[in-house]
Design a binder for this molecule. Structure first.
Ligand SMILES: CC(C)(COP(=O)(O)OP(=O)(O)OC[C@H]1O[C@@H](n2cnc3c(N)ncnc32)[C@H](O)[C@@H]1OP(=O)(O)O)[C@@H](O)C(=O)NCCC(=O)NCCS
Length: 171
């Protein structure tokens, strides 16, 4: 299934470079090599291919963002009753700052709201300024801290817990 650009983010225009419009597709096993390649380029402690495969098999919600046929981003969401949890999101570094991250996450928020989720949760490293800016711009607020949540090169790093209510998205 493929969602045209306008369906990814109804009522939420995001400027991108001119050219082919990005499309958001359901992630399949065929995407896993490209997804893993991207993950390994942007994360200090990347998910392994097997973890992405497990996530697909567990029926987590997962999408890729393509532009002109090339994978430029991905996102995985864990649905549970009344809420969803962002598991992972990434955009290829050469495309950072073009609105692809916002487009993907806004798509996931809209999808979550349509599933009946009232809230969306996520964790991020306090040091991940770019991700924190993305989440802030989409209305997430910090609600807690998980101590020593992430591996780090010099020990462990805390995880910020963020949440956003979704009910305004259905209005
Ligand atoms: C976090 C990530 C997904 C954002 O993707 P992106 O496509 O660059 O994000 P966007 O272009 O939609 O920009 C979102 C916000 O990031 C910030 N941003 C954009 N370009 C930036 C830059 N050059 N420097 C700093 N912040 C920037 C802005 O606040 C922007 O919002 P604005 O356009 O309203 O000002 C991407 O940087 C990424 O893949 N990072 C590595 C993986 C990762 O950290 N994932 C999150 C794990 S919690």
């Amino acid at each position: 299934m493929s969602f045209p650009e306008h369906a990814a983010s109804p009522g939420h225009a995001v400027a991108t470079h001119a050219g082919a419009a990005p499309e958001i597709d359901l992630m399949t096993e065929d995407d896993l090599d490209a997804v893993t390649w991207l993950e390994e380029r942007v994360q200090p402690f990347p998910w392994r291919r097997a973890l992405f495969a497990d996530s697909l098999r567990a029926s987590h919600a997962a999408w890729v963002l393509r532009r002109a046929g090339a994978l430029r981003g991905f996102m995985l969401i864990l649905p549970s009753p009344g809420e969803t949890h962002l598991l992972n999101i990434a955009v290829t570094p050469a495309q950072w700052g073009q609105g692809f991250g916002k487009r993907l996450l806004r798509f996931g928020m809209d999808w979550s709201a349509r599933q009946g989720a009232k809230r969306m949760f996520l964790e991020t490293r306090p040091s991940n300024e770019r991700a924190r800016a993305l989440y802030r711009h989409l209305g997430f607020t910090e609600i807690g801290l998980r101590k020593a949540y992430y591996p780090a090169h010099d020990g462990r790093e805390d995880g910020l817990v963020l949440c956003r209510g979704l009910e305004d998205l259905l209005a």
